[in-house]
Design a protein. Structure first.
Length: 335
């Protein structure tokens, strides 16, 4: 008997932009940990280079944070000025099988500089992603003798590959194939028709990106504004008429931290809930739901989560699989 199989199309808040990829890596990483029992010793060891390279490639973001300091009216401590010059001179596209001590020392010193910490707090004024924080805060552990990547390191590491990729997980008697569009999202119109029969669309939103600016063709918007535009396009696409839509509002912990310092009403003038976390979450959820033109025919199943919290992800994935099972059962009854 043929094994039952379900295909899920994974899209991201701004999949054509590099800032979405931590969501992608975190979701697929957690699925692997939960449904495949994690990584074996060999695969876990292979992530060492990925983690080292991610930490140093965060210089791309580090360069941003270093370069925006003058615009933010911030100045590095004098002793860190030479380290800044050193960091800016490093190649951004090299692979690092080890984390050199001089680079680790420079990163650690710069990360703890008061100006960099203040810029990090004001990250909505430029692009800076949370996984970079994790690796910078872990540098001493990463360079320790016998370092082995933890589950959190693996989940937060970016393991990007070009093209459209498919990952299959077996849960009980059902196989689930997650189709990740990755870097091909910008070419969506050319191939989206190929996924007309997928059972579900997973749309992952970084809810904490409501204040993060993005230059789209010379037009400065917030990441969430661009995300809403993309959600409208994909949610109402004729190719997903028969697909369930699952909306994951990710990064809620970071959202709660940012809300008091960066009021939501600064970016959505019609919001009136102040710093109330529940009110802010509900406002954003309702904004996304309002973009669904056919809620009766195509309901959106939404969940708040943090993709770095395995227990939260476990609950969300369980609920998601329940939705898919119910949808499949309903379709079978109609046949």
């Amino acid at each position: 008997m043929e094994e039952p199989s379900v295909q899920l199309y994974l899209d991201l808040d701004i999949a054509a932009n590099e800032s979405s990829w931590p969501n992608q890596s975190a979701l697929l990483g957690q699925m692997k940990l939960l449904h495949e029992g994690g990584c074996d010793a060999i695969e876990r060891d292979s992530y060492r280079e990925v983690v080292f390279s991610n930490t140093i490639h965060a210089m791309n973001n580090g360069r941003t944070i270093l370069r925006v300091l003058p615009k933010l009216g911030l100045t590095l401590n004098e002793q860190n000025q030479p380290l800044c010059t050193f960091v800016l001179s490093l190649p951004s596209n090299a692979n690092y099988p080890t984390l050199p001590q001089d680079i680790a020392d420079a990163l650690l010193s710069l990360w703890h500089d008061d100006a960099v910490q203040e810029a990090n707090r004001r990250s909505g004024e430029f692009h800076w992603d949370e996984p970079s924080n994790h690796f910078f805060n872990s540098i001493e552990r990463l360079i320790s003798r016998g370092y082995v990547p933890t589950d959190q390191d693996i989940v937060r590491a970016r393991t990007l590959s070009p093209g459209i990729n498919e990952t299959t997980f077996k849960v009980g008697e059902m196989s689930y194939s997650v189709i990740d569009v990755g870097r091909q999202a910008s070419e969506r119109r050319k191939w989206i028709h190929c996924f007309a029969n997928v059972k579900a669309l997973l749309f992952v939103v970084d809810i904490a990106a409501y204040d993060e600016k993005l230059d789209v063709g010379g037009n400065v918007k917030t990441r969430m504004q661009e995300s809403l535009t993309l959600f409208y396009s994909v949610c109402n696409s004729r190719w997903f008429t028969n697909s369930s839509i699952i909306l994951l509002l990710n990064n809620v912990d970071r959202f709660a931290e940012k809300l008091p310092q960066s009021p939501l009403e600064n970016y959505f003038p019609d919001y009136t809930g102040g710093n109330n976390y529940d009110a802010a979450c509900d406002f954003i959820l309702q904004r996304y739901l309002s973009f669904n033109e056919a809620p009766e025919k195509r309901p959106v199943y939404a969940h708040y989560t943090s993709l770095h919290d395995q227990q939260q992800v476990k609950f969300v994935l369980s609920a998601m699989l329940d939705i898919l099972t119910q949808e499949i059962s309903s379709q079978k009854r109609l046949i």
